[in-house]
Write a protein that binds this ligand. Structure first.
Ligand code: ZN
Length: 456
């Protein structure tokens, strides 16, 4: 199998370090916003790689972290007058809800940064001892000029970076490119005790500590969105390799962004579409189709039109599966060449658009067979389509429908409650809230809409 490695800038044959076992780490969400379709793209990219490696027979240890402490989480906590843990819990459960509905396989472990403070402190201390980092008055910085390979992932020229960088007035860095490994706690901020006083980890070191803790000093694949290449992943490499003296990750896999009108979807640009609200209108399969119809390394320009195209594509498949469901398993029509083509394109850096077009070739052939009365072809074609869709993580069967009705009812009640609130009939609105609460559903009113989640 070939995978594009950002580190070398080309497709390389993937050979796992350990026989039949792959260890991979994907950067997860910073828990300060609702998961949007851009986050889901990263999660689905990792999910399809995970599923495909499992299909190939590998044992896979797959880690996806949660960043539950960093500047943005603290900012959000201050903004909402809440404890940072409350903020993190809320968005973690939203993310888990979204990924469950999207049929994303749970990673082997989903650690939170705050569960690994001890490991983080040990690495920071090790880096100071190796003279790769220095402490200034409670802050600890990584010294970029001490690491020779800086820039090797992003292809950035360190000299150009230096001339373009500026040191903010309040920073105590020796060099503009140096980055924080440990931050001294400001008044009112959460903190942990460390050899440098009360403080908290910087964002980059969290991922180094978590990945090495679960996967070892050198592991197979590290991934995430392409917006993380610099500085996040560049810094992860610098600090990890300075600490161990070994190569950190062999393969670096990055998915392109979901853009809106040419700009990256993000909370700060106020142009993000929460995936849970998209799931009111589109099925998980529609959204998966939408994301996988584009190769993971090409940007997606978000539009209703392309979403609806994906929905229609899914409908064409569903219609065939329904029409063909009555045909018995008879004869011996072979779909082997289609399966081989599917595998060939997946082996070529997970080319899901081509893999999906193989599935549509089969749908076309199946429809022709129904028209021509070639009934012996229909069952094998139908079964192959399901098998291939399954490898890509599409889901079928009644389970989804059963869950949908519960969710639909909850959303119906929320709309009813909004109507009552609109008419100032507070008693009735509260009755609905209480009823849902008694049934384990918590409502949270935000300025834009009411969000619901399950009670633990
Ligand atoms: Zn990370």
């Amino acid at each position: 199998m070939d995978i594009y490695n950002t580190l070398s800038g080309k497709k390389e044959e993937f050979i796992s370090i350990r026989k039949n076992e792959v260890r991979m780490y994907f950067c997860g969400m910073t828990l300060q916003e609702s998961p949007h379709i851009g986050h889901m793209r990263a999660a689905i990219t990792a999910d399809v790689l995970y599923r495909y490696l499992l299909y190939k027979g590998y044992k896979v240890i797959y880690i996806q972290n949660f960043t539950d402490i960093d500047d943005k989480v603290i900012e959000k906590a201050i903004e909402e007058h809440k404890d940072f843990r409350e903020i993190a819990n809320f968005y973690e459960s939203e993310y888990k809800e979204a990924s469950k509905r999207m049929n994303i396989l749970p990673p082997t472990f989903m650690p939170r940064a705050t569960q690994h403070i001890q490991e983080i402190i040990e690495i920071v201390q090790g880096l100071i001892e190796k003279d790769a980092a220095y402490e200034v008055n409670g802050d600890v910085y990584f010294s970029v000029k001490k690491f020779n390979g800086y820039g090797k992932l992003s292809g950035k020229d360190i000299h150009k970076l230096i001339s373009g960088a500026r040191v903010a007035v309040d920073e105590k860095k020796q060099d503009p490119l140096d980055f924080a490994l440990w931050k001294k706690a400001k008044e009112g901020e959460p903190y942990w005790f460390s050899p440098w006083g009360k403080g908290r980890p910087g964002w980059h070191i969290e991922c180094s500590a978590m990945s090495m803790h679960y996967l070892g000093e050198t592991f197979d694949i590290h991934g995430g969105g392409s917006d993380l290449i610099f500085p996040h992943h560049e810094n992860e490499i610098a600090q990890s390799e300075s600490f161990t003296g070994k190569q950190f990750a062999k393969f670096w896999v990055h998915n392109a962004m979901v853009n809106i009108k040419g700009e990256k979807m993000s909370k700060s640009l106020l142009n993000f579409i929460p995936v849970l609200s998209l799931l009111d209108e589109y099925s998980p399969n529609d959204l998966r189709m939408y994301l996988l119809k584009t190769h993971y390394r090409s940007p997606i320009d978000y539009s209703r039109e392309t979403l609806n195209q994906a929905k229609n594509a899914m409908e064409r498949i569903d219609t065939f599966l329904e029409k063909s469901s009555e045909y018995p398993d008879e004869g011996n029509f072979s779909t082997e060449s289609h399966i081989q083509k599917f595998i060939d394109v997946m082996e070529d850096d997970l080319n899901t658009p081509k893999a999906i077009s193989v599935i549509f070739d089969l749908v076309r052939e199946g429809n022709n067979a129904i028209e021509k009365g070639e009934s012996e072809k229909i069952y094998p074609i139908q079964k192959t389509i399901k098998d291939l869709l399954n490898i890509l993580g599409f889901q079928f069967g009644t389970k989804e429908k059963e869950r949908d009705i519960t969710e639909n009812l909850i959303e119906y009640l929320i709309r009813l409650r909004e109507e009552f609130r609109g008419k100032k009939e507070w008693d009735k609105a509260d009755e609905i809230r209480d009823f849902l609460s008694q049934n384990g559903i918590i409502l949270e009113d935000t300025p834009e809409k009411t969000i619901w989640r399950k009670k633990y």
